[in-house]
Write a new protein. Sequence first.
Length: 558
Amino acid sequence: MNNKISTFCLLVLIILMSGCDRDSETVTIESLLGEMTDRSSITCFPDIQFTHRQFSSYNRASVSPDSSGWFANADMSHFLRVEENRGRKEYVMFDADGPGAVVRWWMTFYKAQNGTIRVYIDNDTVPVLKGAPRDLLSGDILAGYPLTASVQEGAPLGEEGRDYDHNFYLPVPFSRHCKITYECDSLRLLYDYKGIPVPKGYYSSDVFYNIGYRLYQHDTEVESASAKRYDEIRYLIDKTCNILLENKVNPGRKVDFAKVIPAGDSMSVVITEKQYAVNYLTVEIQPDSINQSLRSTVLRISFDGNQTVWVPAGEFFGVGYVAAPHRTMMNSMNENGVMESFWLMPFKKSCEITFINYGRNSVDVKGSAGLEPFTWKDNCMYFGSSWHEYNNIMTRDEKNSPFDLNFIDIKGKGIYVGDQVTLFNNTYKWWGEGDEKIFVDGESFPSSFGTGSEDYYGYSFGRQESFSHPFLSQPVGIGNMSWGVVVNMRHRLLDAIPFAKSISSNIELWHWADIRMNYALTTYYYIKPPYEINIKPDIESVRHRVIVTRNDFTLDEK
């Protein structure tokens, strides 16, 4: 009987997947789910080209970098407009002409969570999706975890009005148009004593949202989402959830390495195979001081003679300089301190993986690299990762203002696939009000403008608890609202950002206190030569003494 059931399920899956094959150029829910679980989908510039953009509740006073409102906070309850619909008020969060697809949606509330979300597709007056945020975005009506997820299991003590952090990764494709609204009776427009809305367009109570989406070229065929279609492919949706959670990678042929690396020395592994990719990298570092060695041991990788990776080992594997277990689709550390990378890193002829010890003591490095065959095409790219630190930086500039920190500027053609921050907060006050601002191909206003650092990384309200998700992770959050370290990361597949000419990725340093702190930034991307990158190897910073306790700021850090 079990064999019959298994055979039937396999036939159903084949039929569902064959629906994608009937026109490989058509974007469907199925094809997008396939991209989400396929690491190779981001190694080449997209055949079906698109741009990535975002609607959010950012403060509309932020108009341009030279305007006084560029660092305006209060990034909540700003909507595109308010519509009257059959006697109800619907607050419009998203309004885009297609073809396109919603690919990542984060949302949270403060005392405005008891409302109704509606998603209208192709100008239909009847919503395709409708429901309360907890049911639609974090519940299991459409999909299970991790496609719908809350990284907060309950409101913090004393903050009972705060809602869950909703992370919604189930794709919502649309052929001609998509509109998303929110209805909530508690929303009211605020006015000053003169009867003028203050600030302009701001409503109370608080609704925070970031909705990332793709816009395809006008002639792209897209099959619009529908409630019926989600029901028909529920098996495939559940299978996608299982694939993301199992996160299985077959290392293929393994290349082992091991060496005790003296201070100032290095170890290299040279791989000369045509048309291959590194699909797995595992490393264990056993030093006298694990914190310092995770920072001072640097991973450098070159593909076909192009050096594209220069990152401290701890940052590359997602833990900063704190041995904290976590697991995403792209990297992990287990309870025994073994670190893994699952980024797919293709090359045409050769790859050189080097570990450099910039520390004061020897480090024992051992691990292995997995290899799989890879067919290199004209639009394929090299994997890259860059890192630098703003060491001992003041949190306010000379004008006593927040300011933008630069993740990276790239001139060239590629895909931006993720980033990470590792910081030490030197006070009990909150560090993360700053919004991400990502400019693509020379645009004057960022196509991704967020509502706060924590929102960008999938949580809210300074949550200190650790969490892991296939695309998000906070291995350590002690420094949220306290003295200590924070590591936040976000990895992108469907919400990866293609750029044809350039990208500038930035995040505000918007802290509630005027203090000194350390703030390190790591980026992940795929890039096609020729290119220019502004971030160079930051040797001075990897040699600094890492900050573990508040008293470490009084030490000589060099």
